[in-house]
Ligand binder design. Structure first.
Ligand code: NAD
Length: 479
């Protein structure tokens, strides 16, 4: 199998076959480093999506009967083949979406863990026995797969999202139709090839490439789709929520963030500084859980700004294959404009650039802003670049209040040795995730990952996906 018919044109993967778009059209995928052509991909149509959903529906009838030991073996083979094809996957992450090698390796390692954790899920699709008030009645619940799961993923972590969500859906007996980001179709198709080569039956995992705004509704609004897992911006998430409501299709939404880090006066800056940089600059700030707000208690504020500015100026912006490189190109012209506008708007309204602010090609320097006020767009909106604001606070209570002053609620962090304040923060921060003395950027295969408010609905991870992507059925036997 090969994801490409020649070196540049990708096809859909439907019912175990490489398939051209029904209209024959393609679209360009650009390398974000220099906007050169990376590849072309099939520009899917509504008909392609309906064909893929029909394939997944047909495959479900047999796939749901597969044994845990079969699915477990297939998924473990996926991990083995991923290791054999590591170089292809890393090259793709670097050249298709501009991942520096460190971030590509991070995704690869996480991806392997996600697949192996999903393999362990196959044997855990369990119900329970339930005491009955009726004499002689044996009562139980059994857990069943839902059917066809639609998965829509963003550009920034395509390997993590594919390994986690597709593998968890398949582990518990569902079949999948996947619409990857139009900016990252190749990575997903490489994984489709790997799933296929590992033995996953034809039709169990289908990938349709194309423009989400054109063909997304044909997937998420399809009456034969039984569950939708969406990761992306809050605006598109809101739209998908409305589309799914029409069919009462259950869903999880993993959306944007404006994650805060609070640093109290007793924190050890020697320990905080490397973690602060990791929180926002990894992959050029294009991570949903990146910390775009730092609240620092007054006694540490000046020192923190000074040390963070120095650290920012040293963050690597070299060759993407150099392990010292951290800063990635911003993915698209539209997104670059957003980052530029956020910085310009803040400066125009009185903010100070403590570090960065300039561009080198398609890469924005690591940028720190002080004096950010409510009326500046980047104060409240997601920037999705290597840009963060630093605010002084006079007390822990002020830090908590400011951290909660957002419509988002994804990740959060607090640095302190005061266990009482740390645990109070963990309880009262309105966010799906809270890390005490650790960066906002953290993820593991089996944790409940997700956010509140504009950051989403539901959680993902092995246990959360098991619950979300299956349903309980109550069964009784009158003895
Ligand atoms: P995006 O919302 O532009 O696109 C995400 C996906 O939605 C793409 O595959 C796109 O094709 C598709 N899409 C667009 N319109 C659609 C429609 N009408 N129906 C169905 N699908 C449609 O997001 P992006 O720019 O690719 O990614 C960045 C965003 O994703 C950021 O906001 C980031 O915070 C968020 N994100 C969240 C998480 C998380 O786990 N919470 C993880 C990664 C990224």
């Amino acid at each position: 199998m090969d994801a490409k018919t020649d070196t540049v044109t990708l096809k859909h993967f439907i019912a175990g076959q490489w398939t051209e778009a029904s209209g024959g059209a393609t679209f360009d995928v650009l390398n974000p480093l220099d906007d050169s052509l990376y590849c072309k991909a099939a520009k899917g149509t509504g008909d392609d999506m309906r064909t893929a959903v029909a394939a997944a529906k047909t495959a479900f009838n047999e796939y749901r009967e597969t044994l845990p030991k079969e699915r477990e073996l297939w998924l473990l083979r996926v991990a083995e083949i991923m290791e054999q094809r590591k170089a292809d996957l890393l090259d793709c992450l670097i050249d298709e979406i501009g991942s520096p090698i460190g971030k590509a390796m991070f995704e690869f390692d996480k991806g392997l863990t996600m697949i192996r954790a999903a393999a362990g899920l196959c044997r855990n699709v369990r119900g329970e026995t339930i005491p009955s008030d009726v004499p002689g009645k044996f009562s139980m619940s059994i857990r069943e797969p839902l059917g066809v799961v639609a998965i829509v993923t963003p550009f920034n972590v395509p390997l993590i999202k594919t390994t986690r969500l597709v593998a968890n859906a398949l582990a518990v007996g569902n079949t999948v139709v996947h619409l990857p980001s139009e900016m990252a179709p190749h990575l997903t198709l490489l994984m489709a090839e790997i799933f296929h080569d590992a033995g996953i039956p034809a039709g169990a995992y289908n990938v349709v490439t194309g423009m989400g705004h054109e063909i997304g509704d044909d997937l998420t609004g399809h009456s034969e789709v039984d569950f939708v897992s969406f990761t992306g911006s809050s605006v598109v998430g809101q739209h998908i929520n409305e589309v799914c409501a029409k069919n009462k299709t259950p869903l999880t939404l993993e959306l944007g963030g404006k994650s805060p880090t609070v640093i109290l006066k007793d924190a050890d800056l020697d320990k905080v500084m490397p973690l602060a940089a990791r929180s926002i600059f990894m992959f050029g700030g294009q991570l949903c859980i990146g910390s775009s707000r730092f609240y620092v208690e007054r006694p540490l504020y000046d020192e923190f700004v000074k040390r963070f500015s120095m650290a920012a100026s040293k963050v690597g912006m070299g060759d993407l294959r150099d392990p010292n490189t951290v800063i990635a190109p911003i993915i698209s012209e539209r997104q670059r404009l957003r980052v530029k506008t956020h910085i310009e708007d803040a400066v125009k309204k009185g903010a100070t650039i403590a570090a960065g602010g300039e561009w080198e090609g398609n890469r924005c320097q690591p940028t720190l802003l002080t004096g950010v006020k409510e009326e500046m767009t980047l104060c409240k909106d997601e920037t999705f670049g290597p840009v963060t604001s630093i605010y002084p606070i006079d007390s822990y209570e002020e830090g908590l209040e400011k951290a909660n002053d957002t419509v988002y609620g994804l990740s959060s962090a607090i640095f302190t040795n005061d266990i009482n304040k740390a645990m109070h923060f963990a309880k009262h921060i309105d966010a799906g995730m809270c890390h005490i003395n650790g960066p906002t950027v953290h993820d593991e295969a089996h944790v409940p990952f997700g956010g509140n408010g504009e950051s989403g609905v539901g959680r993902e991870g092995t246990d959360a996906d098991l619950e979300a992507m299956t349903e309980l059925k109550w069964v009784t036997v009158q003895l």
